[in-house]
Each structure stands twice: as C-alpha cells, then as structure tokens.
Design a protein around this ligand. Structure first.
Ligand code: F6R
Length: 242
C-alpha cells in the first residue's frame, strides 16, 4: 500500500490527476473506473485542466462508473450521469459511447447488472479504479453487511449514506433508497486502485479501513488485500494514521 498525505488539497488534486493522466498517456486505451461524490471533484478539475493544455487525450480510453441511483431520471441534476457530464465528460474528448454508467432506470435491473459486468469483462481489466469512501466504510455503494457481493448489483442504501448525500437534494426524502453498484469483486479486480480520502470526518474510517481488521463491516478494509493500492489523504483525514 502506498500512502501519501497532503497538507494542501490542491496538491492532492494534482497528484490524483497526474496518476490518471500518466496512465492514459502511457496507455491511451486505458480502462478507467470512475467515482462520483464530493471527493473526486477537484481531481476531475485538474484532469480537465491537463486535457485543455493538450497533455492527454481520452479518445481511445474507456470508463466505467462505480454506481448510479435507482429511479432518478438520467438528466436529474443529482444523477451520477449528470455529475459525470458536469465535472468531466463535457470537458474532455472521451467518446460518449465509451463512457459507461449503470442504468438506474432499467426495467430489468438484474439483467442490467449482468450486462454491466459483461461489458467490463469485454473491455478487459479496469486499469485504474478511483474510489472515495463513505463514513461507514462503503466503497462504491457496497454498504457494510455480513456478506458482500462480487458483481454489479442493486443495493439498498444505508440510512447514513442517504443522510450524507441529502446535502445534494432538497430533502432527505428525495434521496433515492436504492442504487446499482459495482461489486467488491469487480473493484478488487482492477489492476491498480486509487483511494482518495479527505476531511477530519473521514479520519476514523480511514484508520479502520487502512489499519483495522479486514471485515465486511468495513468494506473498504478489503482494499488492504489489493497488491497495487495507492491512498491519497489530506492531513485532516490522516490524523489517526501513524
Ligand atoms: C461514489 C461512490 C461513493 C462515494 C462515497 C464518498 O461514486 O461510489 O462510495 O465515493 O460515498 O462520497 P463523498 O466523496 O461525497 O464523501
């Protein structure tokens, strides 16, 4: 595990963006696993800046997002489809048909999940999986449980997750109750993983995930088993790590 701690969030963003951009520079056909939420916004900003400087092209790359809410229209301001367009896809040359997110409005969600896994398989392994972490240790929307699921599946969001994400909606009742998420197996199959953790409110879970026992109670703790994990933390999130 390669752990890097930053005093300056801009430097963290640059480091995260450099990892993504360097990968695509050396392997223009890279398969990227992408995340949403507050955590990667600054990293995407830096990726867009580097793209606009002509340092990289995503023309031949492919992306798969971790998750999407069930039941939000694709063009809803808080859908992850909209998020990805707003923060990344509208600003780079990744072809629209190479940028994949689960369809949260599929009439047959189980078939949608199977099709998503098949598409990822057909693209080959994900070269780099970008991850944030929930306060309860979720990655993607793999919530703490006695069992974790290997492939893409429909999940009922933990109340804690809905409360955390309510900041983006008018009211908590507007936060969808379910999502489609890539499974832990798909995440761990990625060749490299880039976990990003920011803020004092994530310090406790960062410690449990990175140094605590490997347990399905903290899904992110399974990342400890990955041979090529890089973790970027700001100083506040790293304060319980020695
Ligand atoms: C987002 C995702 C989630 C978030 C996590 C942290 O695609 O899969 O696991 O990474 O909920 O969210 P933020 O970054 O908003 O704290």
């Amino acid at each position: 595990m390669n752990v890097l701690v930053f005093d300056d969030n801009e430097k963290l963003n640059e480091a995260g963006a450099n990892i993504i951009v360097s990968l695509v520079q050396t392997n223009p056909r890279a398969v990227l696993g992408l995340a949403t939420g507050g955590t990667p916004v600054g990293i995407y900003e830096q990726v867009v800046r580097m793209y606009k400087q002509g340092l990289v092209s995503f023309r031949n790359a492919t992306s798969y997002n971790l998750d999407e809410y069930v039941g939000l229209p694709e063009d809803h301001p808080e859908s992850y489809h909209t998020y990805m367009r707003r923060h990344l896809f509208d600003h780079i040359d990744l072809p629209a048909d190479s940028a994949h997110l689960p369809n949260g409005n599929a009439t047959d969600p189980d078939a949608e999940c199977a099709a998503y896994d098949e598409m990822i398989e057909r693209s080959g392994q994900i070269d780099l999986q970008l991850l944030g972490i929930g306060h309860n240790g979720h990655i993607g929307f793999n919530e703490p449980d006695t069992d974790l699921v290997r492939g893409t599946h429909v999940v009922t969001l933990a109340e804690e997750t809905r409360k955390a994400n309510a900041r983006y909606f008018d009211a908590i009742d507007d936060v969808p109750k379910q999502a489609i998420t890539m499974g832990i197996g798909s995440i761990l199959k990625a060749k490299t993983i880039l976990l990003v953790v920011r803020g004092a409110d994530k310090a406790e879970i960062a410690k449990r995930a990175l140094t605590g026992p490997i347990t399905t109670d903290v899904p992110a703790s399974l990342l400890q088993t990955h041979p090529r994990l890089t973790v970027l933390l700001d100083r506040a999130a790293a304060r319980h790590l020695s």
